[in-house]
Design a protein around this ligand. Structure first.
Ligand SMILES: Nc1ncnc2c1ncn2[C@@H]1O[C@H](COP(=O)(O)OP(=O)(O)O)[C@@H](O)[C@H]1O
Ligand SMILES: [Mg+2]
Length: 267
């Protein structure tokens, strides 16, 4: 049984009289990929912001590695061990820094590589892991495509040897043709490094082959959670069914089967 790594317990966040999330509870277990899915506005980013301490929840707690996230020391450790990849690859990289600086910064700040030469060598290795190369070291973000920028963001995140990656819609802003490539980089990195990944998406097709388990958010509340098989093959909540019906499933055989089932149930 995989151990619990990051747990949200009863998270509630209000903006004025509007409740963005209410009583949200789930656990990311060590070594798994957990999907957090729901339509735009369902409270996914608010949940993430509460989890990582960017927003203070009105109620609920967050635990990491078996301890409540409280106090400076616990947060300090968590901030290094949990890294984020954000949605907008055009806003999340400093345009005035080179790739070597962007990816190397955490190595310097956390004292992982103390010399410039050591950092350069390490960044070169990291770039190779995400499918970029040494020739990209001294280039600036503006000369990269959206997909390449997310690879840079992934390299930056894994540079500090995290245990947890929290990815808030990392492929939603990308062309459909490159979404799968970036998802694959994340999946491969996760397996290679034994990471636990919380992957946020509004589209169930994107995360189908990535997530071990999923949490479905509907208007700030959990509609259901379960294993990939439960969510995709036997969804219980009407909301999950409607999300599934809204996405084209990129597997021709599965799509034929789905159409067939829809016709059957329409009879
Ligand atoms: N800082 C804020 N002030 C007021 N309302 C907010 C704020 N942040 C988010 N919201 C609202 O909370 C709801 C959930 O937003 P969000 O968590 O960003 O959803 P998602 O990431 O699923 O698209 C939305 O209705 C949004 O407008
Ligand atoms: Mg969001």
């Amino acid at each position: 049984m995989r151990s619990d790594l990051l747990t949200a317990d009863g998270l509630t966040k209000r903006y004025g009289r509007f409740t963005a999330i209410e009583d949200v509870s789930f656990t990311l277990r060590a070594g798994e990929v957990l999907g957090l899915v729901g339509e735009s506005g369902s409270g996914k980013s608010t949940t993430v912001r509460c989890l990582v301490g960017l927003t203070k929840p009105d109620a609920g707690t967050v635990s990491y590695d078996g301890e409540p996230l409280q106090g400076r020391a616990a947060w300090h450790r968590f901030r290094r061990e949990a890294q984020m990849v954000f949605q907008d690859p055009y806003a999340s990289l400093n345009p005035r820094m080179t790739v070597a600086e962007i990816v190397g910064e955490g190595l310097r700040v956390h004292g992982i590589e103390r010399t410039a030469a050591g950092r350069r060598a390490r960044v070169t290795t990291l770039l190779g892991q995400v499918g970029l190369d040494a020739g990209d070291l001294d280039r600036y973000p503006r000369s990269f495509s959206g997909g390449q920028r997310q690879r840079i963001a992934i390299a930056r995140a894994i540079a500090v040897e995290p245990r947890v990656l929290i990815c808030d819609e990392p492929v939603s802003a990308l062309d459909v043709s490159v979404q799968a490539q970036v998802v694959n980089v994340l999946r491969d990195m996760g397996r290679e490094l034994g990471l636990s990944i919380l992957f946020i998406a509004h589209d169930l097709a994107v995360v189908r082959y990535l997530c071990d388990r999923l949490v479905v958010l509907d208007q700030g509340r959990i509609a259901e959670q379960g294993t990939r098989e439960q969510i995709y093959d036997n969804p219980q909540a009407p909301y999950t069914r409607s999300l599934l019906a809204a996405v084209p499933i990129p597997d021709p055989a599965a799509e034929r089967e789905r159409r067939h089932r829809q016709k059957e149930s329409a009879r």
